[in-house]
Design a protein around this ligand. Structure first.
Ligand code: C5P
Length: 212
């Protein structure tokens, strides 16, 4: 049994998905973290997103591992680094690239074939796991999503302003929605949950009420 949770940035997907995974004894898979790790490698290696050869070389040399709540890029723990403002700025441009998506989707499907997962992202219900048992699409108003991300970033020690966070996530949502390959969209058979004004517990209860 697999569960997919998609939606725009800051809708609460990962917080909720982690709790659902724990309650239902499933493995939580954060696909955004994978695209972020690839983006970090683009930044570290000064790779141009328009240079097909450089992209191919980078992807041939990339190793991503998810161990517990941590993510490793070629053996280095990058859990904190992938949440930096630099990665936020570039990730949606990197996630648009066909060879990047191909490699990540393959990786995600391999993981889901071996175990029962709660997988969150943008295209999980529509493209990565279209046959998942339960699909949810989480959203919230842009102001609430920006506020949540702002608080999260502040706790992590980053000093971005609320206005900057808001424009960064709006920009990412626009690129994610408008891209050609597996864009951000609610799957026809996904249950829509607007989390604006809802506590984490309320959202978790709502989701659990749909799962047998
Ligand atoms: O979930 P998170 O905000 O960490 O995702 C970062 C970015 O990774 C998204 O804005 C999107 O560009 C990309 N992404 C994607 N497909 C997924 C998950 C994330 O394109 N399944």
């Amino acid at each position: 049994m697999s569960i997919t949770i998609d939606g725009p940035a800051g809708a609460g997907k990962s917080t909720i998905a982690k709790i659902i995974a724990k309650v239902k004894k499933l493995t939580y898979i954060d696909t955004g973290a994978m695209y972020r790790a690839v983006t970090l490698k683009f930044i570290q290696n000064f790779v141009d997103t328009k240079d097909a050869q450089q992209i191919e070389a980078l992807l041939a040399d990339i190793r991503i591992e998810l161990i517990g709540d941590d993510i490793y890029l070629n053996g280095t723990n990058v859990t904190e680094e992938i949440r930096s403002p630099e990665v936020n700025q570039l990730v949606s441009e990197v996630a648009k690239l066909s060879p990047v998506r191909k490699k990540m989707v393959e990786f995600q499907r391999t993981i889901a074939a071996a175990q029962n997962v709660v997988m969150d992202g943008r295209d999980i219900g529509t493209f990565v796991l279209p046959d998942a048992a339960y699909k949810f699409f989480l959203t919230a108003s842009i102001d609430e999503r920006a506020r949540r991300r702002f608080e999260e970033q502040r706790r992590k020690g980053f000093t971005t302003s609320l206005e900057d966070v808001k424009s960064e996530i709006s920009n990412r949502d626009r690129i994610d929605t408008e891209r050609e390959l597996a864009p951000l969209i609610q799957a026809e058979d996904a249950i829509l949950i607007d989390t604006t004004g809802l506590s984490i517990e309320k959202v978790v209860d709502k989701i659990l009420s749909y799962i047998q």
